[in-house]
Design a protein around this ligand. Sequence first.
Ligand code: LMR
Length: 396
Amino acid sequence: LFSAVEMAPRDPILGLNEQFAADTNPSKVNLGVGVYFDDNGKLPLLQCVQAAEKAMMDKPAARGYLPIDGIVAYDNAVKALVFGAESDVVKSGRVSTVQAIGGTGGLKIGADFLKKVSPDAKVLISDPSWENHRAIFQNAGFEVGSYRYYDAATRSVNFEGMLADLNAAAPGTIVVLHACCHNPTGYDITAAQWDQVIAAVKARNLTAFLDMAYQGFGHGIAEDGAVIGKFVAAGLNIFVSTSFSKSFSLYGERVGALSVVASDKDEAARVLSQLKIVIRTNYSNPPTHGGAVVAAVLNNPELRALWEKELGEMRVRIKEMRQKLVDGLKAAGVKQDMSFITTQIGMFSYSGLSKDQMVRLRNEFGVYGTDTGRMCVAALNSKNIDYVCQAIAKVV
Ligand code: LMR
């Protein structure tokens, strides 16, 4: 049965974790996967999460099956966070939100549902994009192309190219957009440019699928989420996948969601019924713990305020590390201007290093980033930054 099964390549991101774990270099630094570590190199357990878990343990609850679409209080909290509790779109019942197995799960539920409603549509992802976008939509049965996004020569977004590609897309094309903190480049488009993207999506009758895995890591929770409101205001039916992996440091709990904006309440109910079939036939219903923790935090004003504070601290520390990286590279003798690192936003820096340089960093110094040159700035700290700067200086 398995004699012809080929060995698949390692995952370009999570595969690095396996290599990193096996590396015996005592100075090794993992800048591969998008995970935030604190200044001591520790994965944080947020205080708001601990407080919510303590309250849960004080009143232990049995674990029955959740509804197929997840915890009601969780889904409502996601709607409030992503669209605004008082927004017309939420109040009028036009948003269908389901709890998902991380942001990846939200993308997958959306992709499978889209394959039912738009079986012949093509999908466009940004060039470059998160490595898993292409695979998720291809595995859902779509042909996946790309729209221009990053211009290596100017180290910025090729916005004209992006817009031209959207305007040339066939009606019905599904366009995967990064709501904030573009992964992997760290370059977002401006609010005015979003308006032009929305106009193109509307004029060409495209389907926007917004991936928002880093809300709060750019400029703030509301600021990063503002783009969703713009799409809603334009009267578009959109998909939004969201994740609490990073913003709650709950990576292993796989807490995410998919929200779909329909035209009216009746349509939203029909959409929800179909999303539930996708979930039921894939994994039946979501797990309890992570969703319960996030719901407890978001629905309690004190814990919510604590979360916003802790998320803000993560955001600020990443920005400090960006500046330290620029300064450290200069001090280590790197001649080229690396100040672009501070204009990038979110967890990642697209360093511009070649695959060969990234492989050397890994093999000779135990500094892990993706082959595309992406480094997770959120894993730098005051103890490893000098070593990383020295290593980069030796390979560039
Ligand atoms: C990343 O891009 O590193 C993260 O989104 C983690 C992942 O699942 O790839």
